[in-house]
Ligand binder design. Structure first.
Ligand SMILES: C[S@@+](CC[C@H](N)C(=O)[O-])C[C@H]1O[C@@H](n2cnc3c(N)ncnc32)[C@H](O)[C@@H]1O
Length: 260
């Protein structure tokens, strides 16, 4: 098999190649409802055949800006972009994106254990996510699909006496911007051999909130193809791009796409 190939089945496509090339050549402008971009973070992790370390923060930021520009072109006018990177690099992306899109939320995904147990500083227990839209007056946000329990109403059963007719507080609410989901660990059902696999529960919230069945959901740095697997299960059309063959093979299996 050679890089530059695309494998498809029904509404699912796996592109084996560089995100910049595939975005520029193979994805239609203004065609995508939702993009989830989870690039390498420039923190020295090994991904199959490469180590994720740029010569400088500036070069990493420039590279991110190149694919962010393409992602913005690919989003339809009502589209949504979620972007992740390390806590130390996110300020560069935030400053760049706030001039081009509307950043609706700065989300913190936190968890209860880190890969590295820090002993002489406060270890990193969260990763930032930007939630951005092209048109702040017209975008998809399915609030009901992602509601969580509101403890004041559901557990403490408090009554709101400020209302004309005192009423119990709501028992559900839209989640705030601090999201707890356990990290994917060895022996979990969804675990794949990859250094930074994201949990399906995280992608489920994003895809349910920001797309509808039949919409096109794109992940330019697909890794284990979590985004595409969840999108497929939720009846969205989906495209994943990945440069490393080892991970493309995970995608082919996980999404039940045959390689020729
Ligand atoms: C942080 S991981 C994504 C993990 C993914 N969200 C998941 O749940 O498995 C980033 C991925 O981008 C891939 N990658 C790095 N540079 C790339 C490029 N230029 N084009 C396409 N994929 C790339 C890496 O091989 C890695 O699998």
């Amino acid at each position: 098999m050679n890089a530059g190939r695309v494998f498809t089945k029904n509404e699912t496509a796996i592109h084996w190649g560089d995100a910049l090339d595939v975005l520029a050549s193979d994805i239609g402008d203004a065609s995508v409802a939702l993009i989830f971009a989870d690039p390498p973070y420039n923190i020295g992790k090994r991904f199959a055949n490469f180590v994720d370390k740029w010569p400088s923060d500036g070069e990493y930021a420039n590279w991110c800006q190149s694919w962010l520009d393409l992602c913005i072109d690919k989003l339809r006018p009502t589209g949504t972009l979620y972007v992740m990177t390390s806590t130390q690099s996110m300020p560069y992306l935030d400053l760049y994106l706030r001039d081009r899109l509307t950043i609706l939320s700065r989300i913190v995904w936190y968890y209860d254990s880190s890969g590295v147990q820090a002993r002489s500083y406060f270890g990193s227990m969260y990763e930032p996510i930007l939630h951005c839209v092209k048109n702040v007056h017209d975008y998809t946000f399915n609030a009901k699909a992602v509601q969580v329990e509101a403890k004041t109403g559901a557990k403490r059963k408090l009554i709101d006496y400020r209302k004309a007719v005192p009423t119990q507080y709501n028992t559900t609410k839209v989640p705030g911007n601090a999201w707890y989901f356990p990290r994917v660990r060895y022996r979990m059902d969804e675990y794949e051999e990859h250094p930074s696999q994201k949990p399906e529960a995280l992608l489920e919230r994003i895809i349910l909130a920001s797309s509808n069945p039949g919409d096109l959901v794109l992940d330019p740095f697909a890794g284990t193809f979590t985004t595409c697997a969840v999108a497929q299960r939720l009846k969205r059309r989906t495209i994943g791009i990945e440069r490393e063959l080892d991970y493309v093979k995970i995608g082919l299996r996980r999404l039940n796409v045959q390689s020729p």
